[in-house]
Design a binder for this molecule. Structure first.
Ligand SMILES: Cc1cc2nc3c(=O)[nH]c(=O)nc-3n(C[C@H](O)[C@H](O)[C@H](O)COP(=O)(O)O)c2cc1C
Length: 335
């Protein structure tokens, strides 16, 4: 069953909306006559923060989720196979068509959430995350073969916050890490990658990644004097193991969880410092009482909307197909 150029480019435009460390977008996509390949792009990997490739695999897993969802919505479901070829280590996933069928209402809703999902680093509003959303997050993670722990109560939340603080301090003692991070922070909207400094409206000069773990959230007050901090939900997504395939699966499930949160009208942000520092990750695992491996910390809540971050043009992420053609189309997907 051959894969149409038109559906492929539309699906790639959905895939590139996935999150990535520093908005580095370390992925490429290839259309073959009867399969689609998701490849890691090592030239885009931040070499200090992602020396082992964990973040690249999380990002490629998340992009694969969007890609597969877009094909399903086009009536062409695809089966995913992770890292099928040991001789091609950058090949993260292969998607192959299965029996065509119309999308489910649930797939349509998640697909429509893709352009509305983005990281929101603002303080969250004092409104609890409804039980229905908490349950939907847990279901989304477990149906994709991962787990999610909701950190409930002041003491566990303080423990996760302290672990995150400590991890951040470790990372910031490394000059190579801080200068690499600085190189990804943009102070104007121009550009197609990186994090906008204005993602943090309270302190445009701040290191955008430091705001959440390092500021006491209770200090943040909006223009009307309301505290914007109560009740953000902290959650930790993890996997049974910690292989390269587990990282891809974590990214894949993470994207489903993030789209589920967006579909319910809530905002989310990611925190990876406690994952990037091995001792912090182990402390986090112990604090959660888990045998598995934490792969990402999420902050979830209601928040004032923020703008989406930019993406590289489609032509930069699409490889020549095996039939020798390229797919430079930038046709946007219209959910
Ligand atoms: C592996 C990984 C680690 C990340 N770590 C952090 C983090 O520690 N702090 C943060 O604010 N955002 C983090 N992010 C979110 C990215 O900065 C964000 O996805 C990227 O800038 C693109 O923006 P978007 O999510 O709004 O599309 C991470 C994303 C990924 C995939």
């Amino acid at each position: 069953m051959s894969i149409s150029h038109h559906v492929f480019t539309a699906a790639v435009s959905a895939a590139i909306r996935a999150p990535s460390l520093h908005n580095s977008q370390p992925w490429r996509f290839r259309r073959c006559p009867d399969e689609v390949h998701v490849l890691a792009d090592p030239s885009r990997t931040p070499p200090v923060a992602d020396a082992g490739g964990w973040a690249t695999r999380i990002a490629c897993g998340a992009a694969t989720y969007n890609l597969q969802l877009a094909f399903a919505v086009a009536g062409q479901p695809m089966a995913v196979q992770w890292r099928p070829d040991p001789n091609e280590p950058t090949l993260m996933a292969v998607l192959r068509p299965t029996e065509p069928r119309p999308p489910t209402p649930h797939q349509l809703r998640l697909f429509q959430a893709i352009p509305r999902r983005h990281s929101n680093r603002r303080p969250f509003l004092p409104r609890p995350v409804p039980v229905e959303v908490r349950l939907a997050m847990v279901t989304a993670a477990s149906e994709e073969g991962t787990w999610i722990d909701l950190v409930v109560g002041a003491i566990p939340a303080a423990a996760v916050s302290e672990i995150t603080h400590a991890a951040s301090r470790v990372l910031h003692r490394n000059e190579a890490y801080t200068s690499e991070l600085a190189s990804w922070i943009r102070h104007e909207r121009a550009g197609t990658a990186g994090i906008l400094a204005d993602a943090d409206p309270n302190d445009p000069e701040a290191d955008a990644y430091d705001l959440l773990p390092l500021r006491p959230l209770s200090d943040l007050v909006d223009g009307a004097g309301r505290t914007l901090t109560d009740d953000p939900l902290i959650a930790v997504l993890g996997t049974a193991g910690d292989t390269q395939q587990d990282h891809l699966l974590a990214g894949y499930a993470l994207q489903r969880v993030l789209l589920t949160i967006t579909d319910h009208g809530l905002a989310s942000a990611l925190l990876s410092q406690p994952i990037e520092v091995p001792s912090a990750r182990e402390q986090l695992r112990i604090a959660l009482g888990r045998y598995g491996t934490p792969q990402m910390v999420l902050r979830v809540g209601y928040a004032e909307p923020t703008s989406p971050t930019p993406r590289r043009p489609m032509a930069d992420v699409i490889e020549a197909s095996v039939d020798g053609t390229t797919d430079p189309s930038t046709r946007a997907l219209r959910p």
